[in-house]
Design a protein. Structure first.
Length: 316
């Protein structure tokens, strides 16, 4: 054995799975420090992958979207969406299947690339993602389910943020319509489903030459990002630049590994390669740190709309 303390010379290589909405941008605005954060990841060769529940855009669309916001030098392989996850799931579990799709380009393209055929007569699955769910399409999907199709949904989000005061219906809400009309139970992919994290990590190790020693999920939503990370056995950093307020965290049974004001808090430690000895953002130590006021609803919680704030989790 070498007499040197091995641990002193061992630098932990961390890979990051990064949520987009509320972490990198909010509405059409880049979150301050997000461009520096992505630049630091690129400059240091740190493995990373953007992980989003939005099934509407293709990875190429997301490259363009980030370019418009000022983040350059990325290619489509840095993005993993719930649409890609759905296509991966079907091509792994039922490669010969056919589908009737309610969704947009990102989902249609992902399924097409996996050679999964569309079928409006007798599909094996009705696949629901974000998008234009007209009554006509819902009626068709309803009929397909009555004829035996199973209901598969790209992600469980009932609503998606459009701006700080506005939301739009998400894939979970469209699926709820079909669950009510047919009595079928949907299966939800995307975060927090472990299959999303499992395939993301696989894609992740395909991207980098060596597998990271540890993987961290960075996200702004407790029910999807943080819950999924914990259930998949990886670390989780919650950022307060999106849908979660500091006061709300204690309500959950599961807790993030760290709480940060935004990804800007990580730039220094990525550049130096030394993990900060602070567990939480320095901004949280300030007594009157300004907190954003955002909606009370949770993206995956239907009951929350009718109920007052739930009791804090018993384990806290
Ligand atoms: Mg988010």
């Amino acid at each position: 054995m070498n007499s040197m303390n091995h641990a002193e010379y061992f630098i932990m290589k961390t890979g990051y799975l990064i949520d987009m909405d509320g972490v990198i941008y909010r509405e059409n605005q880049l979150i301050p420090g997000a461009a520096d954060f992505v630049q630091a990841l690129q400059d240091t060769g740190t493995p990373f992958l953007f992980l989003t529940n939005n099934s509407a855009p293709t990875p190429e669309d997301l490259v363009v979207r980030l370019e418009h916001l000022g983040i350059r030098g990325l290619s489509s392989r840095f993005f993993y969406t719930s649409a890609l996850n759905t296509a991966d799931f079907l091509s792994e579990t039922d490669p010969e299947c056919t589908v009737f799709v309610i969704g947009e380009g990102g989902l249609l393209t992902a399924l097409h690339e996996r050679r999964i055929a569309n079928d409006a007569i007798r599909p094996r699955y009705v696949v629901v993602g974000e998008g234009e769910a007209t009554l006509g399409k819902l009626g068709k999907a309803h009929e397909c389910i009555e004829r035996g199709a199973r209901l598969l949904v790209t992600n469980p989000d009932n609503w998606c943020p459009v701006s700080s005061t506005k939301t739009r219906p998400g894939a979970g809400a469209i699926a709820a319509f079909l669950e009510a009309s047919t009595g079928a139970r949907a299966y939800y992919l995307g975060k927090p489903n472990g299959y999303m994290f499992h395939r993301a990590r696989r894609k992740f190790s395909e991207l980098s030459f060596s597998e990271p020693d540890q993987v961290v999920m960075i996200g702004d939503t407790m029910e999807t990002d943080i819950r999924g990370a914990i259930e998949s056995g990886i670390l989780s950093y919650l950022v307060l630049s999106g849908s979660t307020q500091l006061e709300g965290i204690a309500d959950y049974v599961y807790q993030p590994t760290r709480v940060l004001q935004s990804v800007a808090d990580l730039v220094e430690e990525i550049r130096t390669g030394k993990a900060s000895d602070r567990l939480d953002s320095p901004a949280l130590l300030l007594k009157d740190a300004p907190m954003r006021t955002v909606g009370q609803r949770h993206q995956t919680d239907i009951l929350k709309l009718q109920k007052p704030r739930p009791r804090p989790a018993m384990t806290k």
